[in-house]
Design a protein around this ligand. Structure first.
Ligand code: C5P
Length: 220
């Protein structure tokens, strides 16, 4: 079958990463976690003493780090200037700063170009997950999915992942990050007009995966 391009967007805690990875693995497609790229550039800014409250400083440094994503869904990788940053990009510090960095237009245009070139290069097809994939990065994707879930379900899933994290604090942090991501001027988190919305609140991960696999197969 021809290479298929699947865009999966939605706020955090909707099961985007787990779903995207499993769907890509099951269908033999590549997988790109675009949130990891924004986290990686944020990690670099923090490590290089760039003031996160200074968008001009962030913009001036946006082209500096070399960010490389490995797209095998069974073991996706991310490096910055050759350093494996898979673990440090998940810290609370990076998580709390990533929305400010990713709101800077120079950061978005730079990372968007990277994403488009990875998608173009994926001969087997690719599942790309993020916030603006269907609207901005890959508007011609063969299939666009927008995952949603209630704030309670999203906070419960995230605190489960963070093992023992306080559900209320997680819920507040998550709502704050989604508001920042949805409210920014440049390519905010949004559902594309032609995206299929899947509310995952009452679904198991397995059910969401099956639903998306079925939708992809209809497109192939
Ligand atoms: O998906 P994840 O929670 O790892 O994304 C981290 C952050 O990266 C988001 O909160 C958002 O600020 C940013 N992001 C983005 N556009 C994307 C993917 C992620 O702005 N396509």
């Amino acid at each position: 079958p021809a290479a298929v391009i699947v865009a999966i967007d939605g706020p955090s805690g909707t099961g985007k990463s787990s779903t995207s990875k499993a769907v890509a693995a099951q269908l033999g497609l590549s997988y790109l976690d675009t949130g990891a790229q924004y986290r990686a550039i944020t990690w670099w800014m923090v490590n290089n003493g760039i003031d996160i409250a200074d968008p001009a400083a962030i913009a001036a440094a946006a082209e500096k780090p070399d960010i490389v994503s490995g797209t095998d869904p069974s073991g996706p990788t991310i490096t910055v200037d050759g350093t494996d940053v898979a673990a440090p990009i998940r810290t609370q510090e990076v998580t709390s700063k990533v929305s400010a960095v990713s709101a800077v237009p120079e950061v978005r245009s730079r990372i968007t170009e990277l994403q488009r070139s990875i998608a173009r290069g994926a001969e087997v097809g690719i599942v790309v997950e993020g916030r603006d994939i269907g609207t901005t990065v890959l508007p011609d994707a063969d299939l666009k999915i927008f995952l949603t879930a209630s704030p309670e379900a999203r906070a419960a899933r995230r605190s489960g992942e963070l093992k023992g994290a306080d559900v209320n604090a997680t819920r507040e942090a998550l709502i704050k990050r989604d508001a920042a991501d949805s409210g920014r001027k440049t390519s905010p988190l949004a559902k594309a007009g032609d995206a299929v919305e899947v509310d995952t609140t009452e679904l198991t991960l397995q059910q969401v995966i099956e639903c998306v696999v079925t939708l992809v197969e209809e497109k192939r």
